[in-house]
Design a binder for this molecule. Structure first.
Ligand code: CMC
Length: 378
């Protein structure tokens, strides 16, 4: 019967080809356009990785110079976007702000309905450049602060932190932020990317596809997990004075209780990786550098305690959101801002998939097996 063929959650179903990235859970590897993600995170700027994802090749020096200049010239918060954000309550979820901002940017775009490859690439680059100011402004307004203008002398990551906090971040902090952006950039047919591809498959526009993707990313089973990890840390309680060992003990017993209560603990597990997320070692190393930089070893205790207890009880490994959450916390972001940072990174992957979907499109329209009441008379 048709019902026997149903794969709930499309688990294990191969939906289409992609040349953007390759996830191999067996070898625990993730390649962007053929390059291992950990090598890109070690050696390349986020701007270079964005160009790699869009174009299929790393940029030449002159291509990079040209794009850097473009990115720096397109960072300012559009007054129309600011006006729209100002209509939203400061206690709404920041993902709602990000979703609204992309929608407003799309509605005001002079080429909104032009889906030629050139127009789409330009829109993707503009969105890449413009989105950090949305996150930065939203973080600031929640703290009753005025927006901070971008600085053209800073690269993408340094400027993101500058616009958010109004002070120059230390080079180690900028670097950890860059690493997180590279790791969050792309991950094949995850829920939000698939959403973007479904929307594109109807021949809708790029900003609609990204807006929909943001809706999918918001949920805690997907991008919202980085925020949820921090809620767990906060629930356990962060005490800056506590030793690493004591923090680990408390975290361990919290996890044991959570698992006994059959709770799903966010930041652990993955639909594709069953032996560990390929991105975690690189992000964990960045978190370690931040823990060292800020002198916050109790955070490492909480991290290790939860991980060890989960491993012992269920052998479930952390995913990228697990080290990313506490990293953003140490940098000074409010917990609710973590997933909007993920948007800024994933704009690169989403738009690369939008281009790919458009270039070889077929309307995505699956079937369902009806299990409601049989036909009846009025
Ligand atoms: N905590 C406790 N148990 C878990 C967890 C978890 N985080 N993840 C999986 N399990 C258990 C689950 O309860 C089930 O056990 P049983 O067979 O006894 O019922 C088994 O492991 C299989 O889990 P599943 O939910 O059927 O597997 P899935 O492939 O549908 O789940 C997942 C993948 C990511 C939805 C799930 O692991 C989860 O809910 N994790 C927490 C949310 C999270 O961290 N999401 C971020 C995903 S990665 C980055 C991103 O996309 O942003």
């Amino acid at each position: 019967t048709a019902t026997e063929e149903i794969k709930k959650g499309l688990a294990g179903v191969v939906v289409d080809y992609t040349a953007v990235s390759k996830v191999n859970p067996e070898t625990n590897s993730l390649l962007y356009r053929g390059y291992p993600v950990q090598d890109l995170a070690a050696n390349k700027s986020f701007e270079e990785v964005a160009l790699l994802l869009w174009n299929g090749e790393l940029p030449t020096p002159s291509e990079l110079t040209e794009f850097s200049a473009f990115e720096r010239a397109n960072r300012a918060l559009d007054p129309r976007v600011k006006a729209a954000i100002d209509l939203l309550p400061t206690d709404c979820h920041p993902m709602d702000v990000g979703r609204t901002a992309v929608s407003v940017i799309g509605a005001n775009h002079p080429q909104a309905e032009n889906s030629s490859p050139e127009a789409e690439l330009l829109k993707a680059k503009e969105l890449f450049a413009a989105f950090p100011a949305v996150v930065a402004y939203d973080q600031r307004r929640r703290r009753g602060q005025e927006p901070v203008a971008p600085r053209e002398d800073l690269d993408y990551s340094a400027n993101f932190l500058w616009m958010t906090f109004g002070e120059e971040a230390a080079p180690e902090v900028v670097d950890a932020f860059r690493v997180s952006m590279v790791l969050y950039a792309e991950h094949s047919f995850n829920a939000s990317t698939f959403t973007a591809r479904v929307i594109t498959s109807t021949l809708s526009d790029l900003h609609s596809a990204v807006t929909g993707a943001i809706g999918a990313l918001k949920g805690p089973l997907h991008g919202g997990a980085n925020e949820a990890v921090m809620h767990t840390f906060n629930e356990i309680g962060i005490d800056k004075e506590e030793s690493r060992e004591d923090a680990a003990k408390r975290a361990k017993s919290w996890m044991e209780d959570a698992l006994a209560a059959k709770k799903k603990v966010m930041g652990f597990g993955h639909r594709v990786y069953k032996h560990g997320d390929s991105r975690v070692p690189t992000m964990k190393a960045a978190l370690d550098r931040m823990i060292e930089h800020y002198g916050r070893h109790e955070m490492l205790g909480l991290y290790d305690g939860l991980e060890a207890a989960m491993d012992e009880a269920k052998a479930i490994k952390p995913n990228l959101d697990y080290p990313a959450g506490p990293t953003y916390h140490l940098m000074g972001f409010d917990t609710e801002m973590f997933t909007p940072i993920f948007i800024a990174a994933r704009i690169t992957g989403w738009t690369s998939h939008i281009f790919e979907q458009r270039a070889a499109n077929a309307l995505i329209r699956p079937l369902s097996a009806y299990n409601g009441v049989e036909q009846r008379s009025l």
